[in-house]
Design a protein around this ligand. Sequence first.
Ligand SMILES: Nc1ncnc2c1ncn2[C@@H]1O[C@H](COP(=O)(O)OP(=O)(O)O)[C@@H](O)[C@H]1O
Ligand SMILES: [Mg+2]
Length: 288
Amino acid sequence: MQQALRVPLSDVDVIDSTDVIGHAEAFRHARKPGVSPQPARPEARGLPLAIRDLHKSFGDNEVLRGIDLDIPVGQFVAIVGQSGCGKSTLLRLIAGLDKPTSGSISFGEAAARPEDIRVMFQEPRLLPWARVLANVEVGLGRERKSAGAHERARHALEEVGLAEKRDQWPAVLSGGQKQRVALARALVSGPRLLAFDEPLGALDALTRIAMQRLLERVWADQTFTAILVTHDVAEAVALADRVLVIEDGRIAEDITVGLPRPRQRGSAELAALEGSILGQLLGPGTAG
Ligand SMILES: Nc1ncnc2c1ncn2[C@@H]1O[C@H](COP(=O)(O)OP(=O)(O)O)[C@@H](O)[C@H]1O
Ligand SMILES: [Mg+2]
């Protein structure tokens, strides 16, 4: 499965990805009690996901050509791949926003309810005429008018550190704050699977790192299953239990990131793993 990709790195010896993954696995087995990751979290309230021989075409354009994938409850999975390879298409199918051409997607024994699955996009998509709290309440869907709606929205805003902004208009918020409101709106219904489509792609580097930490924290607290599409491989290896590389409409690589959390950004292990995945994305001999 895993090719040996030689990647020159400034602060570590030249290594190949099989070494790194072996190393990461060793980390996982040696982890201290109470320290994540736990790729399968049976106690989590996330949804499991099973995808079988999934195909999606738009006219003659066959975008997904046989995706098979099992994601256990509560796992954090990142999906990377070149622009146009079908990442957003796959997320839309998982979220039920589009229909497969063939194949199946299922979520364990019980049928998933609409509020169980939420998607967060790169654009925050806030309603400009509604205040922050009301924007979060939108995420409650049918339950928006229920007695506890305000309280739940307030709680979700607290979770993303924006309680004091609840009476503001979206227009006065920074880009990072708008994305936090979008995250609160996604969290407010208590989803069991959260799909993120490049949610941090438009943010500056520091805001992005702060948001990555926030995503990791809410995922750890709330134990939903997370699927993060990102073009940032460093982000993928920093956050995910597992990184999938999509190529030619299929899953070309399925890499376990066994490093303990919280992960040390800039560490040699993360850099090496990032380098090997970039090598896969860019083709042999082009990374570095
Ligand atoms: N609704 C659509 N109608 C026609 N073609 C589409 C549609 N959505 C996506 N595509 C095509 O499917 C391919 C994959 O798109 P997408 O999933 O958005 O890629 P990614 O998110 O990996 O950049 C592209 O060639 C795109 O043009
Ligand atoms: Mg996309």
